[in-house]
Design a binder for this molecule. Structure first.
Ligand code: NIG
Ligand code: FE
Length: 411
């Protein structure tokens, strides 16, 4: 297998030992690193790391990091990046004063994307989505979760999930797929929402699972969307078919979503703009990781998840981009780190752990991604020369990336 040596690294960040699968509470303040370092890559994996004075003389390929930092590529555990068209008209409407929920009630929002997606073929949807994948790779993302949820009927949900599968097969990213048939109620079911829940359970879940198209099952459990009871029914049906829960909760209100997610052993509960003491204590007694989506709070002008309080209570925390056409049309994880620091009072160390190792945990892949450690996939970012870790979220509009490597190859 061919070897690549990255030499003259200013600092390696997030050099956690291989058995650390997530980091919680106060421990998120400590980011293990190695100064004056090298990384040796063999094939797709990190072989070993160390101080420059112990570096191997040479390798088939040598990259001079010129004192830049090496950090794990971002692990973005929550996106909706397969979608048709864009929704800047709704953005204008919000600028003029309409709320996200008012726009949704008028048939805009998610249902607007549903209409657009219905009109195009699988091939067109793939062609629209592929550049978004390349965009996030160039911004340093090496692993991503992508949801369905703009189909809301069996054929269109399958269309989305097949596009996600093609993106997984045709790009170097590590991709995890989530079935989100319960993203909204389709227009025809407004007066009979439970029939839509029945359709998800009796028709959609069996085909999605039967074709092996999803790893996870998601429900938007919130005010005006799915109730905790409906959520429980859908999660239970998904679990019977081998899909692990990973849900949207408490974006718009204290919805009971955190409780229903934890009861069903969700891998993660995401959004969490509305989280109080009860939600925190429920999460503390679980293996469910909370995921904050600062891009959605920023873009919709919502409150931010109380990250400081969650971490100070001992919880782990991940951050993700929520890349989607309505509430966060960006998959830029470095920007998410900046928002996490400026609006959620996360330290740069915490924001980096939240967007790498803890993000990998929220996708069930932290055994192979999310830190710079021998044996893990060589998905990493080499930065331009920068003075410190804090410079990354501080320089919020600057491109600090020198190279991105995925599975040991430069992209
Ligand atoms: O995570 N909250 C629900 N779903 C998405 C938004 C989807 C959309 O507006 O298209 C979210 O923010
Ligand atoms: Fe989302």
């Amino acid at each position: 297998m061919s070897k690549t040596l990255i030499k003259n690294i200013g600092s390696i960040l997030a050099a956690f030992s291989g058995d650390v699968r997530k980091v919680s509470g106060k421990k998120m303040k400590n980011l293990p690193g190695v100064d004056d370092a090298f990384v040796l890559i063999e094939g797709a994996k990190i072989r070993y790391t160390g101080q420059m004075k112990n570096a191997p003389e040479t390798a088939e390929q040598v990259i001079d990091a010129k004192r830049g930092f090496v950090l794990p590529a971002f692990c973005d555990s929550h996106t909706h990046l397969v979608y048709a068209g864009s929704r800047e008209q709704e953005f204008r409407d919000r600028v003029m004063g309409l709320s996200y929920e008012e726009i949704a009630r008028r048939g805009g929002g998610i249902l607007n994307s549903v209409k657009r997606l219905h009109k195009i073929s699988e091939q067109q949807l793939y062609e629209e989505s592929l550049p978004r994948v390349h965009e996030i790779i160039n911004q340093g993302t090496g692993a991503v979760e992508i949801k369905s949820g703009y189909g809301l009927n069996t054929a269109d949900e399958l269309k989305m999930l097949r596009v996600i599968r093609r993106l997984k097969e045709s790009t170097p990213l590590t991709v995890r797929a989530t079935f989100l048939g319960a993203h909204a109620f389709p227009a025809g079911y407004k007066n009979d929402p439970d029939s839509y829940v029945d359709l998800i359970i009796s028709e959609m879940i069996p085909v999605v699972a039967g074709e092996g198209l999803a790893d996870f099952i998601d429900v938007f459990c919130d005010r005006g969307f799915f109730t905790p009871d409906q959520t429980a029914r859908i999660l239970e049906a998904g679990m019977k078919h081998g899909l692990q829960p990973k849900i949207h909760a408490n974006e718009l209100d204290f919805s009971g979503g955190v409780q229903v997610g934890v009861q069903h052993h969700a891998l993660s509960v995401d959004h969490l703009e509305y989280v109080g003491d009860e939600e925190i204590s429920v999460l503390k007694n679980s293996n469910t990781i909370p995921v904050a989506l600062p891009g959605a709070s920023f873009f919709l002008g919502l409150p931010y998840a109380p990250a400081r309080k969650m971490m100070d209570s001992g919880l782990p925390l991940a951050i993700a981009s929520d890349f989607n056409p309505g509430s966060s049309p960006s998959g830029n994880m470095k920007l998410m780190m900046s928002l996490a620091c400026t609006h959620m009072r996360m330290l740069p160390e915490e924001a980096l752990i939240a967007s790498t190792l803890n993000g990998a945990y929220a996708m069930g892949i932290s055994d192979e991604l999310g830190s710079i450690v021998p044996g893990k996939k060589a998905n990493l970012i080499i930065t331009k020369p920068i003075p410190s870790l804090a410079y990354i979220p501080y320089a919020y509009g600057s491109d600090i990336i020198y190279k991105v490597m995925i599975e040991g190859r430069e992209v």
